[in-house]
Design a binder for this molecule. Structure first.
Ligand SMILES: NC(=O)c1ccc[n+]([C@@H]2O[C@H](COP(=O)([O-])OP(=O)(O)OC[C@H]3O[C@@H](n4cnc5c(N)ncnc54)[C@H](O)[C@@H]3O)[C@@H](O)[C@H]2O)c1
Length: 399
């Protein structure tokens, strides 16, 4: 239990199971002392015992992260047990999936409360503490936040309006925290993970019969342990230069997202406006050629690693092709980001690499068969990406 986080103290929410458990164990292995939060169920005590048995230190501060008082108690637990707080990993989450037109007030409120308010409450108290410490020290202090968003917000997840909205909010909260608290030393980033957990069991099914330990043969690409190294890295001194980013991570692949960018700019003056300001007529003229495909979405991440979409394994022939295509996307996006100049006209969207890759992914998915014993989305039409079926965390309310 020694590594880059020696001497550091980390709070992890939702640490009793799934990703939170894997991240807590990894943080402890890297040397951090832990404050573990989850609902009072006994599961989080088991994780604390696992850490202690392996020679680490962990205390439990159970409670609902949506409660203001839980935020206060988590900070107090860190200061009480260890005298400091260095790292906050916001991970706790639940699902209450329903189409927007059927969703109850309670389903909406529960998900927004646990995810978005749950991130806010802990972040509020942690950042207040770090700001105070920074003022006393007369300079930045060591402070890391790793938030948990989801690809659901990138994909316009149809049955998850509450969850997608909360996860989009978490991405925005991450960016605003990063910007507002950088001067105090805070580094805030978010991950969009994929992992086989209680939350995704209905979609991903049981793990394949493989060896659980990397390096000894086949591994389950959807094991939550594969997400934890990025969390540890972002929490470590090596993460100093990384702030305000949103990552997608699963199996053996990670992607850092570009921020939303302008696709086309319209000037009223070029569309018949007498004074250069918008009129209904000039808006109609300007947008006459605009037609939405997927809208404000990012589906590129679906093809990053075919083995972690929750069903099927890539054939030996397909896997390298998909990896190559994914690498091309990342290269082209990096090049685009370097250009960063305003676009004045619609780009030819069909020429964007994401479209080409999606078509490739869809073709390949059409050939995939289910992995034995796995739950498989009912209908994945051949030749067309079924993004609804591929969402890793789209399932009935279960957590
Ligand atoms: N598993 C995936 O593929 C996936 C994908 C995208 C995002 N996520 C996100 O990752 C995070 C962890 O999910 P997971 O897959 O490990 O799910 P999980 O259900 O295994 O674990 C979630 C944990 O959060 C705890 N929790 C729930 N409500 C809480 C509350 N109010 N206060 C404190 N703890 C609470 C649960 O008890 C549980 O231990 C969630 O935020 C989830 O939305 C997961």
């Amino acid at each position: 239990m020694s590594g880059p986080l020696d001497g550091r103290v980390a709070v992890v929410t939702g640490a009793g199971a799934g990703l939170g458990r894997a991240e807590s164990l990894a943080l402890a292995r890297a040397g951090a002392r832990l404050v573990l939060n989850d609902l009072a169920s006994g599961a989080v005590e088991t994780v604390a015992a696992e850490i202690a048995a392996a020679g680490g230190q962990a205390v439990v501060a159970a409670g609902d992260v949506g409660e203001w008082s839980t935020g206060e108690r988590l900070l107090a637990a860190a200061l009480g047990a260890y005298g400091r707080l260095d790292i906050l990993v916001n991970n706790a989450g639940v699902l209450r999936d329903r189409m927007i037109f059927s969703m109850s007030e309670q389903e909406w409120d529960t998900v927004l409360r646990v995810h978005l308010r749950g991130h806010f409450v802990t972040t509020r108290f942690a950042t207040a503490w770090w700001r105070e410490q920074s003022k006393q020290a007369g300079g930045p202090v060591y402070a890391r936040i790793v938030n948990t968003s989801s690809e659901a917000f990138l994909l316009g997840s149809a049955g998850q309006p509450n969850y997608a909205a909360a996860k989009a909010g978490i991405a925005a909260l991450t960016v605003t925290t990063a910007r507002s608290c950088a001067r105090y030393g805070v580094r805030a980033n978010a991950i969009c993970p994929r992992a086989r957990t209680a939350m995704t069991a209905g979609l991903m099914g049981p793990p394949p019969p493989t060896s659980p330990s990397p390096g000894t043969g086949a591994v389950d690409p959807l094991a939550p342990e594969h997400v934890a190294p990025l969390v540890v890295h972002l929490a470590s001194p090596a993460g100093e230069a990384i702030n305000g980013e949103v990552f997608v991570v699963h199996g053996g692949v990670a992607a850092v997202l570009d921020p939303p960018r302008i696709r086309a700019t319209f000037q009223a003056a070029e569309h018949g406006s007498p004074d250069g300001m918008w009129t209904l007529e000039s808006v109609e003229a300007a947008l006459a050629g605009l037609s939405s495909g997927s809208g404000f979405m990012c589906e590129d991440t679906l093809a990053l690693a075919a083995e972690t979409i929750g069903f099927g394994r890539p054939s030996d022939a397909d896997a390298p092709q998909l990896r190559l295509a994914a690498a091309k996307i990342i290269r082209s996006r990096t090049a685009d980001a370097e250009e960063r100049r305003p676009v004045r006209r619609d780009r030819n969207r069909d020429r964007r690499p994401g479209r080409r890759l999606r078509a490739l992914g869809a073709r390949r998915r059409g050939r995939l068969g289910p992995r034995s014993g796995q739950a498989v989305p009912a209908a994945v039409p051949r030749g067309r990406p079924d993004t609804a079926a591929l969402r890793p965390d789209r399932l009935s309310a279960s957590a």
